[in-house]
Design a protein. Structure first.
Lengths: 102, 549
């Protein structure tokens, strides 16, 4: 076996860097996007600025919100913490939105 | 621990790049071309406006046309009158629009627009269409300029999916930049490390790092504003309206955008539209795009002039009294929002498109945009190189070569597709109704053909060389075909002071020459010595630093 092929085999035999790959992919793609959109929509409810600033600031910060959630979903060692954070943000902001509209 | 985190970030960076590289190349390269979409490509596309300068249309002639149409249409259509000047943005002719609110059979009110197009030199009526604003938009004649701008915005996938795709690409570029910065700790050294002749692997990795580090600020701005522009219309604004305005998107738009509805007195007043136009032209505002008159013949009627950024970075709406031509206010799109978010939102579009500071900034944005596309392409090549010849990857070498040929075909094919648009524009300009179809057929046809050609070649070097040669020939041929089709060739464009046309022809000719030289220099196959040396380098690299980059 050539040294390159041996090296490849050794790499594949190592323990994976990312645990629960399917759950992690779902959290990083759909979960992070849904949570960041709902957070952007719900933030105007509790931000303390003027009405238009309350709408504008979350919209401006949307790419940053998504990036933070995406990186956390990918990098975190514990998937249940990732899902817990995404669930809190998604459900919390969904509840705030529902409360405001009802 | 730190090494473990870096390895995870590296893996994330490489897979994120590999999955999005080709699409990112497509969006970034099309963005670099779209920077010159309006007015430069619009002017090149239209022989009618080759000789046009917005100062040439006499203001009194425009006012006379407006009054003639107003008299013929009657009072229902005088609620809002628009004038769109050719050249500066998206129109070939001088456009006058008259808007009315009409009752539908169901009792609802909807806007009905009558749209007149006049030749910019003779002012002869060229076209009259009418319908709702959406129907008017659908009936517009699409040319090269519109095709390029729309392709960059939504890849011709339409709303909302096209915008969502480009928005997601902005987000993934943003994440690639963040992870790239985190894994490349020696940024200052990488600014000046470029070893193109040592090996192919070093050529790709050094190019990737140099392009990434020198253009870091630009890539970040483009990613951030691209994500915002992609998501704003289809997700963020509807979401904000849903919560803050109980789902009423129109209420949000009215609250955020400038309040320019005049309080009409009901008393007759003079109309000095020509005076307002002369005042705007004499001011230091940016180039005039359009004007609208609200409150026909009312003493409180106003005229709004929409201008491109002049001395500042942000497009401005200038408000004038229609009777006296007195300037009363200036607005920016998000000026009412104020504060931090209003300023940032106003800056998003100019920063993304480079539409401030004139042609020099546009040129810089185009060069940096090509840098972003090459960043994606070089990243993809590194990903393939590391797997075909390095220690990573599970597929066979042949499979990685196939991925390489497909990527080269899609990226170089896109360049070929963009150049073929110039041919479609010149060959089918006399059939404006079907020009949009032919532009699409030339673009997607040549792109697909090039991608298929590359996939079927025996190696990626030959594919890259042949497609570079095809792009070179096409570039060199554009000025020739353009001259034959329109009579405006390079020499008479220069002597006739049609500098935009001449500059684009000259740019294509010099790009064609450069690509011809590249075609001559590019190898037909991977050099064997280099391959052995590369394997040795990989093994040396592995011994020294594990399998990290």
């Amino acid at each position: 076996m050539s040294s390159t092929a041996l090296r490849k085999t050794q790499i594949h035999q190592r323990s994976p860097l990312f645990s629960s790959p399917i759950s992690r992919c779902l959290a990083a793609t759909l979960g992070a996007l849904l949570a960041s959109v709902l957070t952007t929509a719900g933030m105007p409810v509790y931000l303390p600025f003027a009405q238009l600033e309350n709408i504008g600031i979350p919209i401006v910060l949307f790419p940053v919100t998504w990036l933070v959630l995406f990186l956390y979903s990918v990098m975190s060692e514990s998937m249940w913490r990732v899902w817990l954070l995404l669930a809190i943000l998604t459900l919390g902001h969904a509840a705030l939105i529902f409360h405001t509209l009802s | 621990m730190r090494n473990h985190t870096t390895r995870k970030l590296y893996l994330l960076h490489s897979w994120l790049g590999a999955l999005t590289a080709v699409l990112l190349f497509v969006v970034a390269f099309s963005g670099a071309v779209a920077v010159f979409g309006a007015p430069e490509l619009k002017i090149w596309s239209s022989p009618v406006i080759h000789q046009y300068d917005d100062g040439e249309i006499d203001s009194r002639a425009i006012e006379r046309l407006m009054k003639e149409h107003a008299a013929a249409l009657g009072p229902d259509y005088l609620r809002s009158i628009g004038v769109i000047f050719p050249g500066n943005r998206r129109k070939e002719n001088l456009v006058l629009t008259f808007e009315a609110d009409i009752q539908t059979e169901s009792g609802r009110t909807r806007k009905h627009v009558i749209h007149f197009e006049h030749h910019p030199k003779t002012l002869e009526l060229v076209r009259r269409i009418e319908g709702s604003p959406g129907e008017i938009y659908e009936q517009r004649h699409r040319d090269l300029s519109d095709f390029v701008i729309n392709f960059h915005a939504d890849l011709h996938l339409g709303e909302p999916w096209g915008l969502i795709v480009t928005g997601v690409l902005g987000l993934t570029l943003f994440a690639s930049i963040a992870t790239g910065v985190a894994i490349h700790r020696k940024i200052l050294r990488e600014l000046f490390t470029f070893r193109p002749l040592r090996s192919l692997r070093l050529l790709w990795t050094d190019s990737h790092k140099v392009l990434g580090v020198w253009g870091l600020l630009f890539h970040s701005v483009i990613a951030f504003s691209g994500a915002y522009l992609g998501f704003a219309a289809v997700t963020l604004v509807p979401a904000a309206a849903f919560v803050s305005f109980a789902g009423d998107r129109q209420a949000l738009v009215e609250a955020v955008l400038p309040d320019i509805e005049p309080e009409l007195s009901g008393e007759n007043g003079a109309l000095n539209f020509a005076g307002v136009l002369d005042t705007v032209r004499a001011s230091d505002a940016g180039k005039l795009v359009s004007m609208s008159l609200v409150g026909w013949r009312d003493s409180n009627a106003i005229v709004i002039a929409n201008t491109l950024p002049g001395r500042g970075m942000v497009p401005t709406m200038l408000e004038y009294r229609a009777a006296t031509a007195q300037h009363t206010a200036s607005h920016t799109t998000y000026g009412r929002t104020g504060g931090f978010s209003g300023t940032v939102l106003d800056l998003m579009r100019p920063l993304h498109f480079g539409h401030f500071g004139g042609v020099l900034v546009k040129g810089l944005w185009a060069v940096l945009g090509i840098g972003t596309s090459l960043l994606a392409f070089s990243g993809m090549m590194i990903w393939i190189e590391r797997r075909a010849y390095g220690p990573e990857g599970k597929l066979s070498v042949a499979q990685y070569h196939l991925i390489g040929r497909i990527s080269i075909g899609l990226c170089m094919g896109l360049v070929v597709g963009f150049i073929s648009l110039f041919y479609a524009q010149r060959l089918f300009a006399d059939w404006p109704e079907s020009l949009g179809f032919w532009l699409g057929a030339f673009f997607f046809g040549s792109w697909s053909l090039a991608a298929l050609w590359a996939a079927l070649r025996d190696n990626e070097y030959r594919a890259a060389r042949e497609l570079t040669g095809a792009a070179a020939l096409l570039c060199l041929g554009v000025p020739l075909v353009s001259g034959m089709a329109t009579g405006h060739h390079l020499l008479n464009a220069l002597t006739g002071k049609h500098y935009t046309v001449a500059a684009i022809d000259l740019f294509l000719f010099s790009t064609g020459s450069l690509l011809s030289y590249l075609t001559y220099r590019l190898p037909d196959a991977r050099p064997q010595r280099s391959r052995r040396a590369q394997r040795e380098q990989w093994q040396l690299g592995i011994q020294k630093a594990g399998d990290l980059p």
